[in-house]
Design a protein around this ligand. Structure first.
Ligand code: CS2
Length: 512
C-alpha cells in the first residue's frame, strides 16, 4: 500500500505495523500481509463512522485474500485523523462494546490517509489512479451542500470556489468531478461512487448534485476545458445507493487511555462501536467490487425500503431521544431511553412513522424496532445525546419531516413527529441558557440566531423556511401549526407538559 504522505518514525510504545505483532492474544489483528494490499477504494471522510463500518467490512475481505481492495482515506477538512493514524501505519483499534463485554480488533484496511487541503494533488492522483475502482463517502449530511429544498447550493463559497478553480477543488463535488474528468481524458473507466451517508436515496441524491455541479463546471470551462463531463457523469458513472448502520459514539480521552492500557501500546484514536452492523448496497458496480456479500453485506436491486426504515425508525428515534433527552437533562441515549416517558414517546413515534414505509418490501418493522430498543439500551456505549443533536437542519428532513408530511397527506395527525421538531427548536434555543453554549452545533446556527424574537407561529414558520422543511408542500402550514402548539407547551411546562398533552405521563422522580 502507498506509504502515508507524512508518516513519521514509529515508536515502540505506539500501535504500528511493528508493535501490532506483539499485542495481547485477546486482541484480533490483521491476519493478512498489508504490504501486498493494493488500493482499490478511496474513501472521502475518514472519520470514526467509516472506521467502524466500511473499513471493518473491507478488513474482512482483505483477510479472505481479496487484496485489491485496500482503502486510501481522505479527510476533506481536518488533519486530526491523519495525525493520529499516520504514526500508526494506518492501524487503529475497533472496540466493540456490548452491555458488559468488549472485544478489541485492530483494523488494517486503511493504508494511508491524505488531508485534502494540504495535498489536493495527491487526493486527485489517488482518485484518478486506474486501480481505484470505488469511491465511498461518509462526509456527513451537511457536506453535500444542498440548498433549502434539496438542489445544489450554488451560492455556497466552496462551490463557488470549486467552479472557479476546477483543478484545485475543496468539496467532494469538486474532487469527484475533477477526478472523473481526468479519467475520462486519459481513457480510464470511471470509478463507482458509493455514498454511505444518511440521506434518502443517497446514491441518486449525490448523482443529481454532481450532475448539477458538472453542468455548471462545463459552462464555466466552456470550449477551453473538458466540457462534456455532465453527460459522462449523467450516463456513464454508477451511483448505487446504500444503507449503512452502526452506532459509533465519539471516542473520549478515557476510551483512549483504557484501550491503550489493554493493548500495552498507545492507540491515539481507537473507535468505539456496538456489536450490531448492517450494510445494504445496490449491486451496480461496473468496475467490480469486493465480495462483500460473503461478510454479511446485503446486496439488493433497490435499497430504498431499507434506507427509509433506517432513517425514519432508527435515526428519527435517535433525534427524538437526543432533543427530548437534552431538554430532560439526559446526557446519553441509554439514560434518556430508560426514562419511561421518553420510551413511551418513542414507541408512539414508531407507530406514527411505520405506516409511511412500504408494505410490499418484506420489512419486519416489529423485529426491527425491538432490536433498536435493545441497541438504544446499550449502557456500555455512552452515546451522547449532544452528538446526535448536531446538524438538525440537515438531518430532520429525511428523519422526521418527510414522514410527517406523508402522514398529513394520508389524513392523519403526526403529533409525535411534530413534537420532535418542536423539541429541536427548543433545544437550539436552550443553548446558552439551560444547556451550555455550543453544546451542539448546526451549519445554520448564525442564520437561526438572526431570526430574533417573534411570535411562536411566525418563528416556527421562519425556521421552516430557513431549513427548507416541507418546502412547496401544501401540508407545510398544518405541520407548522402542530409544531408551534408543541413549542408553546414546552415553553409553558417543559417536555413534561408537551408529553402529557399527548397522554404520556411524566416519569416518577427518582425512578429514571
Ligand atoms: C445518529 C447516527 O448522530 C446521529 O445523527 O443518529 O449517527 C446513527 O448513530 C447512525 O446512523 C447509526 O447507524
Amino acid at each position: 500500500m502507498p506509504s502515508d504522505q507524512t508518516s513519521r518514525a514509529t515508536t515502540n510504545n505506539r500501535l504500528s505495523g511493528k508493535t501490532v505483532q506483539a499485542l495481547p492474544t485477546a486482541v484480533a489483528t490483521p491476519s493478512y500481509d498489508r504490504a501486498r494490499v493494493v488500493t482499490g477504494i478511496v474513501h472521502l471522510g475518514v472519520g470514526a463512522f467509516h472506521r467502524a463500518h466500511q473499513a471493518a467490512y473491507v478488513d474482512d475481505c482483505l483477510a479472505a485474500g481479496e487484496t485489491d481492495w485496500g482503502i486510501t482515506g481522505v479527510s476533506l477538512r481536518s488533519s486530526d485523523t491523519r495525525d493520529a493514524l499516520g504514526p500508526q501505519d494506518g492501524l487503529y483499534t475497533l472496540a466493540i462494546r456490548g452491555s458488559g463485554e468488549e472485544q478489541l480488533r485492530v483494523i488494517g484496511s486503511i493504508g494511508s490517509i491524505l488531508v485534502a487541503p494540504e495535498y489536493p494533488d495527491a487526493v486527485l492522483a489517488a482518485l484518478a489512479d486506474p486501480h481505484t475502482r470505488i469511491v465511498t463517502l461518509t462526509i456527513t449530511e451537511k457536506a453535500y451542500l444542498r440548498a433549502a429544498g434539496g438542489g445544489l447550493d450554488t451560492t455556497h463559497p466552496d462551490i463557488v470556489h470549486d467552479l472557479a478553480n476546477p483543478r484545485e477543488p475543496r468539496t467532494a463535488h469538486g474532487f469527484l468531478s475533477e477526478a472523473l474528468a481526468c479519467r475520462l481524458a486519459a481513457g480510464i473507466p470511471p470509478f463507482t461512487v458509493l455514498c454511505c451517508d444518511n440521506l434518502p436515496a443517497n446514491g441518486a441524491t449525490l448523482h443529481r448534485l454532481l450532475t448539477e455541479f458538472a453542468t455548471l463546471r462545463d459552462a464555466a470551462l466552456g470550449s477551453t476545458g473538458d466540457a462534456g463531463l455532465f453527460s459522462h457523469i449523467a450516463d456513464e458513472v454508477a451511483f448505487p445507493s446504500s444503507m449503512v448502520d452502526r452506532i459509533v459514539p465519539a471516542t473520549t480521552d478515557a476510551d483512549r487511555a483504557r484501550i491503550s492500557g489493554e493493548l500495552g501500546v498507545e492507540d491515539a484514536w481507537p473507535v468505539m462501536t456496538e456489536p450490531f452492523r448492517q450494510w445494504v448496497v445496490e449491486d451496480r458496480f461496473p468496475a467490480g467490487r469486493p465480495a462483500w456479500e460473503k461478510f454479511g453485506v446485503t446486496m439488493v436491486d433497490d435499497v430504498r425500503p431499507f434506507e427509509d426504515m433506517k432513517l425514519r425508525l432508527l435515526n428519527g428515534a435517535h433525534s427524538a431521544i437526543a432533543y427530548l433527552g437534552l431538554l430532560s437533562g439526559h446526557a446519553t441515549v441509554d439514560r434518556a431511553f430508560a426514562d419511561p416517558a421518553i420510551r413511551s414517546f418513542v414507541d408512539a413515534l414508531w407507530a406514527e412513522a411505520i405506516p409511511t414505509l412500504p408494505t410490499d418490501a418484506g420489512l419486519d418493522t416489529s423485529a426491527y424496532t425491538a432490536e433498536l430498543a435493545e441497541r438504544f439500551s446499550n449502557t456500555a456505549l455512552a452515546h451522547r445525546t449532544a452528538q446526535i443533536a448536531n446538524d438538525g437542519t440537515q438531518k430532520l428532513p429525511q428523519r422526521i419531516v418527510a414522514s410527517a408530511i406523508e402522514r398529513l397527506q394520508a389524513g392523519a395527525a403526526p403529533d409525535h413527529l411534530a413534537l420532535v421538531i418542536a423539541a429541536w427548536i427548543a433545544a437550539c434555543e436552550a443553548r446558552g441558557k439551560t444547556l451550555p453554549d455550543n453544546h451542539f452545533t448546526d451549519p445554520l446556527d448564525a442564520a437561526l440566531a438572526a431570526l430574533g424574537e417573534r411570535r411562536t407561529l411566525e418563528r416556527v414558520a421562519a425556521v421552516f423556511d430557513l431549513a427548507g422543511f416541507a418546502k412547496g408542500s401544501p401540508e407545510r402550514h398544518t405541520l407548522i401549526e402542530l409544531v408551534a402548539a408543541h413549542r408553546v407547551h414546552i415553553r409553558q411546562g417543559g417536555v413534561t407538559l408537551a408529553l402529557s398533552a399527548l397522554g404520556i405521563p411524566p416519569a416518577i422522580p427518582g425512578k429514571v
